[in-house]
Design a binder for this molecule. Structure first.
Ligand code: CO
Length: 218
């Protein structure tokens, strides 16, 4: 407890500052949260959702796990998606990966990482599926490209998600986005797979994959 006193002190200073800048700030948030965005990102401490897009408390609903994965059997992630879409009525779902992702690295090296190996299994499968062209790239290019591939794979999974499909069929215009964050310069890049009700996720996946391949071989 003693070791964390600095954090609690910092919290009191932050709350006081917020209150000073906007006396109604907390009372507004108490009444209701109305985020426009659902962020699905990596747990990595260097990729904090709110901060890198400069959003305030109340602006973004966040789900983070190792390597920003959307597993079809992950009740946690699925519940977040359903709540965000059906109750909060978010307008955008941002699937954000990042270069230098330890989870992606864990999927392609030969070391043992405990439970993480099970968690990132789907990235191993993605790597296997694209191995025939990935292995022709210089070794240092493979992990960042796999980080990008992992993002569009997850957006593809989101495009097949029942909650999202149902929302689209009922006229909800929620859009899916594929972003990747560079921890070297703090910048986000849009991988171009932006998917809404009238789009074909499979077609957009193919286009995004072609773009990734083209940039990888440039
Ligand atoms: Co990561």
């Amino acid at each position: 407890m003693k070791d964390l006193s600095k954090l609690l002190e910092a919290n009191r200073a932050w709350a006081a500052e917020m209150q000073k800048e906007d006396p109604q700030f907390f009372s507004r948030l108490v009444a209701q949260q109305r985020p426009e965005y659902l962020w699905i990102g990596c747990s990595d401490s260097r990729v904090p959702a709110n901060q890198i897009v400069n959003l305030m408390p109340g602006d973004v609903f966040v789900h983070r796990n190792i390597a920003n994965l959307v597993h079809t059997n992950d009740i946690n992630c699925l519940a977040v998606i359903q709540f965000a879409v059906e109750v909060l009525n978010v307008k955008h779902i941002i699937l954000c990966g990042h270069y230098g992702c330890g989870g992606v690295q864990a999927a392609i090296d030969d070391n043992s990482h405990g439970l993480v190996d099970y968690w990132v299994w789907s990235i191993k499968l993605t790597y296997k599926r694209h191995k025939h062209w990935l292995d022709k790239l210089p070794a240092e290019k493979r992990p960042p490209i796999l980080c990008e591939l992992n993002v569009i794979e997850q957006v593809s999974t989101l495009g097949c998600n029942r909650v999202i499909q149902q929302a689209w069929s009922q006229g909800n215009a929620v859009q899916l986005h594929s972003w990747i964050y560079d921890i070297h310069d703090g910048l986000l890049r849009d991988l171009g797979m932006c998917c809404g009700a009238s789009d074909d996720p499979e077609l957009l996946y193919k286009q995004a994959l072609a773009d990734i391949k083209e940039r990888a071989s440039a």
